[in-house]
Design a protein around this ligand. Structure first.
Ligand code: ASN
Length: 360
């Protein structure tokens, strides 16, 4: 059961009675954006009350802003699938009352969370924009305020003429680009441009102005939002490397009860042809394990059968992941396997594009 978490109204330039002003909900989960140092000089999340005072710019916004603080503020390295289910439920609960949502989140696992929410929120018709910062708010040269202000602008954006929602998607806004939630990857731990849009163009760019690439943004869905409530946690990632041993492969594929595995292969989906390796995969298939073949390359796609070194994978029943990221692949496995469907249907869903995560 979801706890009844209170909403806090933030002071802005919009009157509460101004019904034309976009109404946005900020969900604060933690992350560097709102961190300060503890007694040991380590960065830990702090309460939004302090954060709000450090962002006076929020008070000039023409939006009606409400804040929902998660009960446990976390460094995003501690995020779990239970947190994703909670976030999805909270967005579902407040969906009708708001025009858009901004999730303040740590950068470390933001790409995983954005992908997970993309799958959990089916037929999303409003923006859910993840953002955060590399430098905590209040520090000189912090990127927190700029990222949050632009994320809010995206969440409020409408098409100039039709006045319909501009970005009915889960996205990650960071530094100067808006990335589809299932295409984001953290690529930098020190610079401000921390995220890359992998195998898909950014949905918007922020410079002097905010420019949306409407043709790359998903259209409004025809059906109402459906919030999914289950994720399968018995999944794993097996990253290949030259010299990997049978014991390592067996230890991962043989985890008791394992239901799905992302196999991180080389290049266009290639893997060793050593008999022990193929036999190990064959045994895993017989046990009913779903294996998704994802390339270690940042760009390009998996084409099983292009090389001899990937041809056997297809005949063993391993599913080609096309141009999916590992972040989207692992959350897609959790989501699809969580549905509890029959094998053929599960395979079908894993192979097809669900939320713009692959270019079929
Ligand atoms: N460790 C932080 C987090 O992911 C990093 C950040 O937010 N920049 O919560």
């Amino acid at each position: 059961m979801l706890p009844d978490l209170p909403l806090l109204t933030l002071a802005t330039a919009a009157e509460a009675t101004d019904l034309a002003a976009p109404r946005l909900l900020i969900l604060y989960t933690g992350g560097t954006v709102g961190m300060a140092v503890n007694r040991r000089q380590e960065l830990v999340p702090m309460h939004f009350g302090k954060l709000d005072r450090k962002m006076p710019e929020l008070r000039q916004l023409p939006y009606r802003l409400e804040l929902l603080t998660l009960p446990q503020l976390i460094d995003s390295s501690n995020v779990t699938p239970a947190d994703w289910l909670q976030l999805a439920q909270l967005i579902g609960r407040h969906y009708a009352d708001f025009d858009g949502f901004v999730v303040l989140h740590g950068t470390d696992t933001m790409a995983y969370s954005a992908a997970a929410l993309s799958f959990l929120l089916e037929c999303l018709g409003k923006p859910v924009v993840f953002t955060g910062a590399q430098v905590p708010v209040g520090r000189t040269r912090s990127d927190a305020t700029r990222n949050l202000l632009t994320a809010l602008e995206i969440a409020a954006a409408r098409h100039p003429l039709a006045r319909t929602v501009r970005v009915p998607e889960v996205g990650v806004f960071f530094n100067d680009i808006l990335i589809r939630g299932t295409r984001a990857k953290k690529v930098e731990s020190q610079q401000f441009a921390a995220f890359k849009s992998e195998n898909y163009p950014p949905l918007a760019r922020a410079g002097i102005g905010l420019t949306f690439t409407d043709k790359d943004i998903r259209p409004l869905p025809a059906s109402p939002l459906k919030v999914h409530a289950r994720l399968e946690e018995k999944v794993a990632v097996l990253r290949l490397f030259p010299g990997i041993t049978e014991a390592v492969v067996e230890a991962i594929l043989g985890v008791p009860g394992l239901r799905g595995c992302v196999l991180e292969t080389y290049g266009s989906g290639n893997a060793p042809t050593a008999p022990w390796f193929l036999a190990s995969l064959a045994r895993a298939q017989q046990r009913g394990l779903f294996v998704l073949n994802v390339s270690q390359c940042e760009e390009g796609r998996v084409v099983q059968g292009h090389y001899e070194t990937s041809a056997r994978l297809a005949s063993l029943g391993i599913i080609g992941g096309d141009d999916i990221t590992t972040e989207a692949a692992i959350t897609k496995l959790m989501f699809v396997l969580g549905q509890g469907l029959a094998e053929a249907e599960t395979r079908q869903l894993l192979s097809q594009d669900l939320r713009g995560e692959i270019t079929p």
